[in-house]
Design a protein around this ligand. Structure first.
Ligand code: 7PJ
Length: 280
């Protein structure tokens, strides 16, 4: 996968460390609004083995208020510039075309869009660059996605059909297929049962364009884990690591996490087992 300055081969799942520069994210809100704190957290995740840093300037937790454009730019862009300078693979979590353009001008390698590049102007904002793209499925919008029960005919088939449509639209617009990754969007307009069906059948969610597109899985500390282990978000580390291993086993190319060190260790054990199975 072409990802800006980087070319990724996914011989093992890459770990994407979450860096929320928001005052209100659900599990680490308020921690990294201060630019110096954010930089330290990025460095820490890299030391722990993160392959990618994903910077988000607007909380997408259910019911979160939207952030004005200039505020999001002020939080995100200086950090992008700094990490790019240090030769780090920088992802920006945004659905706003203006933020995408500024992020790319600042050198971002990957644009991660929970809206699946559905905002008017989003595809145009990214198509003439070499950045990687993550196209995520979401039912509805962040403010309303968990209002009422989300409903699907067949969640795995429906998410796949959505991703197929988005990917086809982007390719038709001139985006090279080797720039695109996809994500079923755990927790975005899904019940607990929907989320586990998507995890269980993860490979089926990927559009096949010659070959299946790389899948990014983001379950870290989410309520689908809380529903099973009955713990609040900060105490869902082991559950998150287990989910990461389940995703790796089902072919995930990238795994988006808060707890980098624990995830990297678990994936090393998973990879050693996989390699032993291959050579036996
Ligand atoms: C995801 C994301 C995810 C991708 C968030 C949170 C909510 N981007 N951004 N996939 N989740 N690609 O971290 O709990 O699942 S924000």
């Amino acid at each position: 996968m072409q990802c800006g300055r980087f070319s990724l081969t996914f011989e093992r799942p890459l770990v994407m460390g979450i860096l929320n520069v928001t005052p209100d994210s659900f599990s680490d809100g308020g921690s990294y609004v201060d630019p110096a704190e954010a930089r330290r957290q990025a460095e820490r995740m890299l030391t722990e083995g993160a392959d990618i840093i994903d910077i988000g300037g607007e909380s997408t937790r259910p019911g979160a208020p939207p952030v004005p454009l200039d505020e999001e730019l002020k939080r995100v862009i200086p950090l992008v510039e700094e990490l790019v300078k240090a030769n780090i693979l920088v992802s920006v979590d945004t659905y706003k075309p203006e933020v995408m353009r500024h992020a790319l001008a600042a050198g971002a390698d990957l644009i991660n869009d929970i809206w699946g590049f559905r905002m008017p102007g989003a595809i145009d904002a990214v198509k003439d660059s070499q950045c990687g793209l993550c196209v995520m499925h979401m039912l509805g919008e962040p403010q309303t996605m968990q209002v009422g029960e989300p409903a699907y005919d067949d969640v795995v088939a429906d998410v796949r059909a959505f991703l197929d449509e988005r990917v086809n639209t982007m390719i038709k617009a001139g985006v090279a297929k080797n720039r695109i990754s996809v994500d079923p969007g755990f927790g975005f307009g899904k019940t607990v049962e929907h989320n586990y069906a998507l995890l269980a059948h993860l490979p089926k969610t990927a559009p096949v364009v010659g070959r299946p597109l790389p899948i990014l899985a983001g379950m870290s500390r989410k309520s689908m884990l809380g529903a099973v282990v009955n713990r609040p978000a900060p105490q869902r580390v082991a559950a998150s690591v287990a989910a990461a291993v389940c995703a790796a086993e089902r072919g995930a190319a990238m795994i988006r996490v808060h707890d980098v060190e624990q995830t990297v260790d678990a994936l090393k054990v998973w990879a050693a087992t996989r390699d032993a199975a291959r050579s036996a």
